[in-house]
Write a protein that binds this ligand. Structure first.
Ligand SMILES: [Zn+2]
Ligand SMILES: [Zn+2]
Length: 386
């Protein structure tokens, strides 16, 4: 039975129950009406027979909780959603659906393979009615992952990605028909992929058997894909990773996912990027971090140290009297930013203590210690009173 029928028919009214009637009340109302209207009890009464069919149909839908919920939902959408009473589509106002408004137009779009909209809204009604339909459908999105070295992630890199996924058949370009031929519109369903069937009192909408719901017939199937228009292929895609990508970020490549069914658009490819650690560099956002080992005397006297950067090296000036743990900033030598420019290189100095000194060095250290005391240096001066 079509949505249109569902929308136009008031099954509750047929059974003479309220829309919030319990299953028990519905059953009771149906039994009574069925007994009264049964063709055996009303031989030759066409009106009674008509009513009997209508009542049976109403009962079939309302006695099944799942069907009833679907029916209620469908009617609610149309009654309240601007398609029905009071909506913009009802120029004449008044009750029910206006004559001039053809619901078939809406459902026609769905049959044509449009994604989203009403097609999705009512997709469930079709899928539940039997074989899955294979009308044109957008390809699925594909997830992939790649691991980059720290420096290549920071600089940006192009990596080859090998993907095995269904793709449009190269022989028939996804049509499923042998090259030189093309699919024709199914004469049974006129391309909609759906047929109405009457079985006893009930009408059903179901996928067309002739074309298996696709709406088209392929007389001469493509030999390489057996007519479904899709081949499993291993593809290599060169993915350009922009500079500065961070661990865990995802890149979307539009149209590089699975092929759509029967010429529908492909899905997207999402690549999650993993970034491995580096021996020297760390990262905070766009800033590159680096721990710089220095000697005590370098901190005290000051020096210039050559440190590695992503691009080469840079001289970092450690001013005289620099405290251990201080971070020196080198502007613009960090991770490239998306919009241009780059973060900073943050160099944190860290004293390296010599594990062993020769006699001369030890003697010099002793002399330094005495000299520091004499000049009044007390490393724990701040602790006075603690
Ligand atoms: Zn093919
Ligand atoms: Zn058909």
């Amino acid at each position: 039975m079509s949505q249109r029928e569902w929308i136009e028919k008031d099954f509750y009214k047929e059974l003479g129950v309220s829309s919030d009637a319990s299953t028990e009340e519905i059953k009771k109302a149906y039994r009574k009406l069925a007994r009264d209207l049964h063709p055996d009890a009303n031989p030759g009464d066409a009106k009674a027979e008509e009513r009997f069919k209508a009542v049976s149909e109403a009962h079939t839908v309302l006695s099944d909780p799942a069907k009833r919920a679907e029916y209620d939902e469908t009617r609610r959408l149309f009654a309240g959603g601007g398609y029905g009473r009071g909506g913009g589509f009802t120029p004449g106002g008044g009750g029910g659906f206006t004559q001039g408004f053809d619901l078939g137009d809406i459902f026609g779009q769905q049959a044509g393979g449009a994604d989203g909209g009403l097609g999705d809204l009512f997709g469930g009604l079709f899928n539940r009615s039997g074989t899955r339909t294979s009308r044109p459908r957008r390809g699925a999105d594909v997830e992939a992952e790649t691991t980059l070295g720290f420096r290549e992630a920071a600089r940006g890199v192009t990596v080859p990605l090998h993907l095995t996924s269904p793709s449009p058949c190269t022989t028939c370009h996804g049509s499923g028909a042998k090259p030189g031929t093309s699919p024709r519109v199914c004469p049974i369903c006129n391309g909609s992929g759906v047929v109405s069937r009457n079985q006893g009192a009930f009408g059903f909408s179901e996928p067309c058997d002739e074309c298996r719901g696709t709406g088209s017939i392929i007389d001469d199937p493509c030999v390489d894909c057996h007519g479904n228009g899709i081949q499993n292929r291993t593809r290599t895609i060169n993915v350009r990773i922009p500079p500065g990508i961070a661990d865990g970020q995802r890149i979307r490549l539009a149209g590089q996912g699975e092929a759509g069914l029967r010429g529908a658009p492909s899905g997207d490819l999402y690549v999650t990027v993993r970034v491995s650690q580096d021996k020297v560099f760390g990262r905070t956002g766009d800033d590159l971090t680096l721990a710089l080992p220095v000697s005590y005397s370098e901190l005290v006297l000051g020096t210039t140290v050559s440190v590695p950067t992503l691009e080469g090296r840079v001289g970092v000036k450690v001013p005289p009297g620099t405290a251990d743990g201080r971070t020196l900033r080198v502007r613009g030598r960090g991770v490239p930013k998306r919009g241009g420019g780059a973060g900073d290189l943050l160099v944190t100095v860290k004293v390296a203590v010599p594990p062993k000194l020769d006699d001369d060095a030890v003697a010099a250290m002793r002399a330094l210690q005495e000299a520091e005391k004499a000049s009044g240096f007390d490393p724990r001066a701040g602790w006075a009173g603690a």
